[in-house]
Design a protein around this ligand. Sequence first.
Ligand code: NAD
Ligand code: WQD
Length: 345
Amino acid sequence: MNVLVTGGLGYIGSHTVVQLIENGFTPVIVDNLANSSIEVLDRIKALTDHQACFYEADVRDEKCLEDIFSKHNIDGVMHFAGLKSVAESVADPLTYFDNNVSGSLSLVRAMTRANVKCLIFSSSATVYGEPERVPITEEASTGNIASPYGRSKHMVEQCLTDLQSATPDSSICLLRYFNPVGAHPSGVIGEDPKGTPNNLMPFIAQVAVGKREKLSVFGNDYPTPDGTGIRDYIHVMDLAAGHVAAFQKLADKSGLHVFNLGTGKGTSVMQMIYTFSVACDANIPFEICPRRAGDIAEYWADPSKASRELDWHARYSLMEMAEDTWRWQVNNPNGYTSPRTFSEE
Ligand code: NAD
Ligand code: WQD
């Protein structure tokens, strides 16, 4: 089966492409390289021995998407392409709505014309806003979101929900990721943030490798056991497996399908610092700083629906998330511009 993967050279998309190939699917990748590198394509080949088909294109270019749909017999789409910096979205909301919302509309219009009925969309736990209770189930209310980025995800969810109602034979799956971390256990692909990392794990990794002096811990006065924020960190390999499972189970099952992808376990910032220091066998210098605007004290997923209906479970431990991030960071101190450490034929 041929799967169009938008944003397939990005962090989560690239890990999913590898697992699609390993499971016998043929990915067709569309990425405009806004936040990724063409080097990822060679790394995917090194891991899978398969040269994936790649188009350097923007999902807002509907004509280009139509050409791609007409050239390949696409069975379904995984839509990862989008911008993801919360802070950047506050400073430049229009760019976020254009890229994430208009990009998604352009994609589904091209899909409709090509009669492609299956879509898996990268949504986020951010759509829940501040939850009334944890763990968060898929029935929890959405909205009351703190950032334009989060609202862009919520808007696309709403558009896709309406589209599914209007086209009852379509299969649309909204996957709400909690906090993706980790890297392929080979250390060949991983997360390569441009500039200063916004997220905890890549920041810790850059402190550990000596690229940054210390981590700022954003608040230790939250109503949590150690006062620092609690999140549900999920290994990117588990996330990728969740996409493959969703496609295998739901591609031909019409309806709107909504799933949390998380581990169901909460981890504090201090616990993550400790785990990473064990994984890299060094201290992680940090200082306690004021809370970051918009942060929530704690949230984690109830992933039981994905377990029941997709037969999917997160398998990687917190230590494996730290070890795999560390291996990627050490092998690639400058991300994808680092010399390759894997052998090539
Ligand atoms: P990423 O930035 O590594 O990957 C996104 C990819 O999409 C990049 O390769 C980028 O070049 C590409 N892209 C962006 N805009 C595009 C456009 N208009 N046309 C074509 N390609 C475009 O991000 P990621 O962490 O892999 O996230 C993938 C998806 O999952 C995103 O939609 C993101 O919002 C969502 N998500 C991410 C997280 C997270 O913490 N990483 C959490 C929840 C949801
Ligand atoms: C985790 C914890 C911080 C950095 C974001 C997006 C969300 C989703 C995932 C895309 C919090 C603390 C962080 C640092 C710190 N992305 N922290 N020092 O904010 O839970 O979620 O990424 O959809 O939409 O909002 O993740 O990794 O930034 O923060 O103390 O330098 O680490 O306060 O408690 P977050 P994060």
